[in-house]
Design a protein around this ligand. Structure first.
Ligand code: PEP
Ligand code: MN
Length: 341
């Protein structure tokens, strides 16, 4: 349930509401908006009626709204305003920001990642992606350069000033990846790896949470709930295509899920047109569509020489193709009063 406080409630009154909730064995999550404060009540300790009665007796409480969804902290009802996730000065998701993460599927060499970082920055990207630990369908495929790849990413950050987004595959790698990354990417295959979600929830670093390829929107938001419930509210959702009967594309980009997730949740939602389509020729049109319907950003695969890429060669864009994409997307973002970063 969500406790809506009267406009103008004092900090003492907010603290008293939170204390009352905690005394009854629940946790209280205070969210301050421009006009009013709401307090989310999460947990299942004491009886709900008891909590309702105790809270309605407080002066500052205007009303109590039950939240019927299984996710609470991820629900838009629990938040007075949309969440903004700040990865760096230049890379912000949510609100009027529109940010683009770009870079190769995998980090392959220092030269490859540094040259890509400089090219995508020049085109207007605000963060660099690149997998150092790769979740591959075949154990015989390239698995990533691991910590060496992370070091190359750090060199690329140094050279370009771009924030680094990279996938965390396994809780055992957390400390290492944490040393190099500015944002943890949780991949589609790990969306329901609950131990991993709890670990990144305990960190305070922003998390990019991909939608599982067979996950419903509710399951996706429940995965976000795992991260939020550990105290990390810096979560960006990423729609990356789902499995359907269609074979022409690698996955089917579920654009309506972007809007649905934005309606159900206060978290920013971005789109990965590269994993979704699996084909370079579809990446720009899908990016334009995602921007036009109000997505909070994009993550796009870009490689200096796509045919020679060690993973996902078919879907990566050349530098010039990415620059064209950015030009169009920035036009659309500006038309919609979003600030391209
Ligand atoms: C990737 O971004 O390279 C990737 C493996 O993504 P996903 O988890 O969405 O398949
Ligand atoms: Mn990829």
């Amino acid at each position: 349930m969500v406790v809506v406080l009267k406009p103008g409630s004092s900090p003492e009154e907010v603290a008293q509401v939170a204390r009352t909730i905690r005394e009854l064995g629940f946790s209280a999550h205070v969210s301050e908006g421009l006009e009013r404060t709401v307090v989310g009540v999460v947990g299942s300790a004491a009886s709900r009626d008891e909590v309702m009665q105790a809270l309605l007796a407080l002066d500052a409480v205007e009303r109590i709204v039950p939240v019927s969804s299984p996710y609470k902290l991820a629900s838009s009802a629990h938040h007075a305003a949309r969440t903004r996730v700040r990865v760096s000065q230049d890379c912000v998701f949510g609100g009027d920001a529109f940010s683009v993460i770009a870079g190769p599927c995998s980090v392959e060499s220092e030269e490859q990642i540094v040259s890509t970082a400089l090219a995508v920055r020049a085109a207007g990207a605000s963060a660099l992606r690149g997998g150092a630990y790769k979740p591959r369908t075949s154990p015989y495929s390239f698995q990533g350069l691991q910590e060496t790849g992370l070091q190359f990413l750090a060199a690329a950050r140094e050279a370009s000033g771009l924030a680094v987004v990279t996938e965390l595959l396994d809780p055992r790698h957390l400390e290492t990846v944490d040393r190099y990354a500015d944002m943890f990417q949780i991949g589609a295959r790990n969306m329901q790896n609950f131990e991993l979600l709890k670990e990144v929830g305990r960190s305070r670093k922003p998390v990019l949470l991909k939608r599982g390829m067979s996950a419903t929107i509710e399951e996706w938001l429940m995965a976000a709930e795992y991260v939020l419930s550990e105290g990390n509210d810096q979560v960006v959702l990423c729609e990356r295509g789902i499995r359907t009967f269609e074979q022409a594309t690698r996955s089917t980009l579920d654009l309506s899920a972007v809007v649905v997730a934005q309606q159900l949740s206060h978290l920013p939602v971005i789109v990965d047109p590269s994993q979704a389509s699996g084909r370079a020729s579809l990446v720009a049109p899908l990016s334009r569509a995602a921007c036009a319907l109000g997505a909070d950003g994009l993550i796009v695969e870009v490689h200096p020489d796509p045919p020679r890429a060690r993973s996902d060669a078919q879907q990566q864009l050349r530098f010039d193709q990415f620059a064209d994409l950015m030009r169009d997307v920035q036009h659309i973002a500006q038309t919609l009063h979003r600030l391209p970063r």
